[in-house]
Design a protein around this ligand. Structure first.
Ligand SMILES: *[C@@H]1O[C@H](CO)[C@@H](O)[C@H](O)[C@H]1NC(C)=O
Ligand SMILES: *[C@@H]1O[C@H](CO)[C@@H](O)[C@H](O)[C@H]1NC(C)=O
Length: 291
């Protein structure tokens, strides 16, 4: 009888085991709110990176900004494979923004920078009114590590008059601050006060969403890792006035200067990258947020 019970348990166990999903089941997060700007990268933009380079073909991002005018997006973006980010699923792809010594925008010799701007984002457009949520996931490229001695500004919303960034998603050592949290991603408000901070993971996706309530001047932060649903982790008042645009990429500040735009120290032969996935802005009117 004992033996028979064991056999029943074993056979029930194997019957259950057979249809169990694979360990790496595809992500199935769905975007449930209206998309305002869709920055997710379709397969065609990976198969033919030159689609990124002109207004005729780049339907997603500004082909010309913000980068060295002589360094096309097709020359600097990479498309890492591997597990897709939560909101990319099997239909969209990761994109890696990379920096080299040539990553100098106009005459801003202090910075090394390359940043994506949503094609339809305008300084007085829908990204600056109502309640909107910016989504993106990040992953680190072990072959192109950032140098956390430096201050990095990776995702932000810059006021129309360029006088301030209403939100600043940063990494590394913030100039003039302690380096003790250099391995953290930090979301700062326009005055540099911390809204949320979390350690950067060496591997795997970290998912962020920032709800910008322009009517209440309030930021709500959602966060998760891997394929788990986003959870609210912070909410804070922040002055979101001033219009402007989003930017997603890398802006590496120099060390040893008070004029970070134009001067300071940048080491030579840099090869750095930040991987992004699942980039989009959704309309969060009526508290709609895709988790
Ligand atoms: C798919 O979504 C369902 C419902 O939200 C969730 O329970 C499940 O874990 C998800 N599966 C994956 C692979 O994400
Ligand atoms: C990081 O940056 C500092 C300051 O520019 C530089 O001195 C150092 O060599 C860099 N470290 C690495 C590992 O590149």
């Amino acid at each position: 009888m004992h033996r028979q019970l064991l056999a029943t348990v074993l056979s029930a166990g194997s019957a259950l085991a057979a249809p169990a999903p694979q360990a790496s089941a595809a992500p199935n997060a769905t975007i449930k709110c209206p998309i305002v700007f869709d920055g997710r990268v379709p397969a065609s933009f990976v198969q033919d990176p030159t689609l990124w380079d002109s207004y005729a073909t780049n339907t997603i991002y500004n082909p010309d900004y913000v980068r060295n005018a002589d360094l096309k997006w097709s020359q600097t973006l990479k498309f890492p494979t591997g597990d897709p980010s939560r909101f990319d699923g099997s239909d969209f792809n990761a994109v890696e923004v990379t920096l080299s010594d040539k990553s100098i925008f106009q005459t801003q010799n202090g910075f090394r920078r390359a940043g994506l701007q949503f094609l339809k984002d305008a300084s007085d457009g829908p990204g600056t009114t109502g309640v909107k949520t910016l989504h993106f996931s990040v992953k680190q490229d072990p072959t192109r590590p950032l140098n956390l001695t430096h201050e990095y500004l990776n995702v932000w919303h810059e006021a129309a008059d360029y006088s301030a960034d209403q939100i600043q998603f940063q990494y590394g050592t913030i100039i003039g601050k302690s380096s003790s949290d250099k391995n953290n991603f930090k979301l700062l408000d326009r005055s540099g006060a911390t809204i949320y901070s979390v350690a950067a993971a060496a591997t795997g996706w970290q998912n962020f969403a920032f709800t910008l309530d322009y009517t209440k001047n309030q930021v709500t932060v959602y966060y998760s890792t891997g394929n788990t649903a986003l959870k609210q982790v912070a909410q804070k008042s922040a002055d979101l006035s001033g219009g402007g645009q989003f930017q997603i990429g890398i802006l590496k500040k120099p060390t040893g200067t008070s004029d970070v735009v134009n001067s300071g120290y940048q080491e030579k032969n840099i090869n750095e990258g930040q991987v992004y996935g699942g980039i989009f802005l959704e309309d969060s009117a009526s508290n709609c947020v895709s988790l």
